[in-house]
Write a protein that binds this ligand. Structure first.
Ligand code: SER
Length: 325
């Protein structure tokens, strides 16, 4: 396995919820010109566009990724491009093609061009109804019931295979729901935990698409970025798991989140009208045991429900006060 360091980074899915913030952080650390942002359909924000190179890439087309890797002499890929769980249930073919095809292309390019390192996010969606739902362990039953989950389990196995067979230094974490204020998520089951903030501040009302007692593991964006960077910067000998590490920040019910928001916006009213996404939420864990990540590469989250809610409300209120959407 290569001991070279990461110098020229490509982020796929850079216009997405995680990519739009992770790319900016990577540019701060490694220099704007050294971090290439790749998006597909969504237009990049001004910040993303002006802080370093931007390229349009369809990850299902290997040559499109390869062209960018060659053009910028890329040595590290953060492969974030994916179709999330709810959209994946509405279009399972698209989820399979983008999630599996995209990852396979990224890994093959990394192998062929002998890249230094690859990061790929897995998800709590790898778990399913037979998995223990409380303090879900690192090594447990992985029989998901969504296409998104199927692609994440298969993706974990593929990453592990490229490590074992070709010595590719590929690293991964299983993200819980990610809460953030910069770019809204698109098409996930945990999206309610972000939408609720936008609606509470703008309209003082929210109709939540899962039941009030639905509990899921979540993480605030600064911790999400910290997990990516800590994992990618850890010495290779510390990374013993090459499928994907459990990580989490907090767990709460939709009702507990609404109550926390009410502390800042007393008029806020939340009603609950579960739709097809309830079934997906019910197949996922309530809480995650991330002790292996803590022991092996020092993972430690910072934000709990109270700290995350305070920060989200402050950030979004400021943005809306300036008239930004
Ligand atoms: N946030 C994702 C989703 O809801 C889970 O990885 O699809």
């Amino acid at each position: 396995m290569s001991t070279k360091t990461m110098k020229r980074i490509l982020v796929t899915g850079a216009t997405g919820q995680i990519g739009s913030e992770l790319t900016i952080e990577l540019r701060k650390r490694y220099g704007g010109d050294n971090v290439v942002a790749a998006g597909h359909k969504r237009k990049p924000s001004e910040k993303l566009f002006s802080s370093g190179p931007f390229e349009y890439v369809n990850v299902t087309q290997k040559d499109e990724i390869e062209k960018v890797v060659k053009k910028y002499d890329i040595d590290t890929i953060y492969h974030l491009a994916a179709v999330l769980s709810a959209v994946g249930e509405q279009n399972h073919q698209l989820a399979w093609n983008v999630n599996m095809g995209g990852l396979y292309n990224a890994l093959e390019i990394a192998r062929e061009h002998e890249l230094v390192r690859v990061f790929w996010p897995s998800s709590i969606a790898v778990f399913g109804p037979e998995t223990p739902r409380v303090n879900t362990p690192q090594d447990t039953v992985l029989i998901p019931t969504t296409m998104y989950g199927v692609t994440k389990v298969a993706g974990e196995l593929l990453c592990n295979y490229y490590f074992l067979r070709f010595g590719l230094d590929v690293r991964s974490v299983r993200y819980p729901g990610i809460i953030s204020s910069e770019t809204p998520p698109g098409g996930g089951t945990t999206d309610y935990a972000v939408e609720i903030f936008y609606e509470a501040i703008k309209n003082k009302r929210y109709t939540c698409f899962v039941r009030e007692d639905t509990v899921l593991p979540m993480m605030y964006m600064p911790d999400c970025i910290k997990a990516d960077i800590d994992l990618m910067e850890a010495g290779p000998s510390r990374i013993k798991c090459r499928t994907s590490y459990n990580v989490t920040g907090m767990s709460f019910s939709a009702g507990e989140l609404a109550a926390e928001i009410k502390k800042y916006i007393p008029e806020f009213e939340c009603e609950y009208k579960p739709d097809f996404r309830q079934k997906i939420a019910d197949s996922w864990p309530l809480s995650i045991d991330d002790s292996v990540a803590r022991e092996e590469w020092g993972w430690k989250p910072t934000y709990d429900l109270a700290a995350m809610t305070k920060d989200m409300i402050e950030k979004l209120s400021k943005r809306f006060a300036k008239g930004k959407p």
